[in-house]
Write a protein that binds this ligand. Structure first.
Ligand code: F3S
Length: 391
């Protein structure tokens, strides 16, 4: 790694301890991955915010960095382990809450905007095509690279924080055009209309081609919400950090010579795989966090109804507040459903509290099963609401 004068000064400790640690981490990463130097980043999104995942050692690391560390670019956080304001409503213990609040305080002290969301692009942290950024959360990374045309690797919590402090990242991986080209064409002949079709498509691609960068053909249109939920699914089941959809996504790529087909049968098999429960005691939607349009749709579906089970709607605080201004929150809460801001069904400590979860997100299925040992029903939003209100 070649360092310029400013970077060398950071490494020499002239900008303080945290900046020194940060540039050390990034230089080591750059050396490992063969980067020649650093590039400037326009924004950062930091994962590793839930105390559930960080533990005491993680909290201590953040508090040390916060002693003299300050972020130098716009930085937001990934979901935390609880709703930062209304954690009691979601059944979070006092002990966990105090630790989680300390984590958020440490980030705030460093100048991070402590909005905790996996959809930073819906709340102002939205890069332009061609911008280099350092984001962490897998669905957000996939969305930023593929749908927005930004350039980011999938950062770990410490490297993202290091980029936030230095404003830099080593130039390797998905920051280079040559590493963003499609390697295989996916010819979709099955029907892609509902969100569960998009979730199933991500799973089916992972099943067929693993981690190869795909160029998807045969799809005529896709809403931003559909691409949001697809980014989460393909990142989870295919480990993808970027994908291309012919005529829809903005990045240029050559058409690969190799191709495979995803048929209706493949999609049906993926949907069947994602459901293994007959009974559920929680319904959770908003993975990735809901857009305002989704909140509006949920409110419409819940109008005049009462839920009979725990129903979590995961969303960023900003979108929740915008929804409140439009009377959407009031309508949702009148049904007994709970709006979970700053957190989600995967990072909140839910294990043992519930056995079966219905969700419209293929990614939430993966984490519900893996982290919380839930059985799952994978179904569209309308059916999620039906299950939530059914006695
Ligand atoms: Fe976001 Fe949590 Fe899903 S971080 S993508 S809501 S698992």
């Amino acid at each position: 790694m070649k360092l310029n004068q400013k970077e060398q000064e950071m490494l020499d400790g002239k900008n303080g301890k945290a900046a020194q640690k940060a540039i050390e981490i990034l230089s080591a990463l750059g050396d490992i991955f063969g980067a020649e130097g650093f590039i400037d980043v326009k924004s950062v999104q930091i994962a590793g915010v839930s105390y559930h995942n960080l533990g005491e050692a993680g909290l201590e690391y953040l508090e040390n960095m916060a002693e003299d560390g300050k972020v130098s670019v716009f930085t937001t956080l990934n979901p935390a382990g609880m709703d930062i304001q209304n954690w009691k409503k979601l059944g979070i213990s006092e002990e966990f809450a105090q630790k989680q609040l300390k984590v958020v305080e440490a980030f705030a002290k460093m100048g991070v905007k402590t909005t905790c969301t996996c959809t930073p692009y819906l709340i102002g942290n939205r890069p332009n095509k061609g911008d280099h950024i350092a984001w962490s959360e897998s669905s957000a990374v996939c969305f930023a690279n593929s749908v927005l045309g930004a350039y980011t690797n999938r950062e770990g919590g410490p490297s993202a924080l290091a980029s936030a402090i230095t404003g830099k990242t080593p130039e390797f991986g998905f920051h280079l055009d040559k590493n963003r080209q499609a390697q295989i064409e996916i010819k979709v002949s099955g029907k892609i209309e509902k969100f569960t079709d998009w979730g199933a498509l991500g799973h089916a691609i992972g099943d067929k081609v693993g981690k190869k960068i795909v160029l998807i053909t045969g799809i005529e249109k896709a809403s931003e919400d559909a691409l949001k939920i697809f980014s989460a699914s393909i990142a989870t089941y295919a480990g993808a950090a970027i994908f291309h959809i012919e005529g829809i996504t903005p990045n240029k790529t050559e058409k690969p010579s190799e191709s495979v087909e995803i048929t209706q049968e493949n999609l049906d098999n993926s949907k069947a795989f994602l459901t293994d429960a007959t009974e559920i005691d929680i319904v959770a939607v908003g993975c990735p966090h809901c857009s305002l349009g989704e909140m509006e749709q949920i409110a419409g579906l819940l109008e005049g109804k009462k839920v009979s089970k725990e129903f979590w709607i995961c969303v960023s605080r900003e979108i929740r507040d915008k929804a409140a201004e439009k009377g959407i929150v009031e309508k949702i809460e009148a049904s007994g459903a709970k709006i979970a801001c700053d957190t989600c069904m995967a990072v909140a400590p839910l294990k043992g509290r519930f056995k079966g979860m219905a969700t419209n997100s293929a990614k939430a299925v993966f984490y519900g099963r893996g982290k919380n040992s839930f059985k799952t029903i994978f179904c569209d939003l309308e059916e999620c609401v039906d299950l939530a209100v059914r006695k």
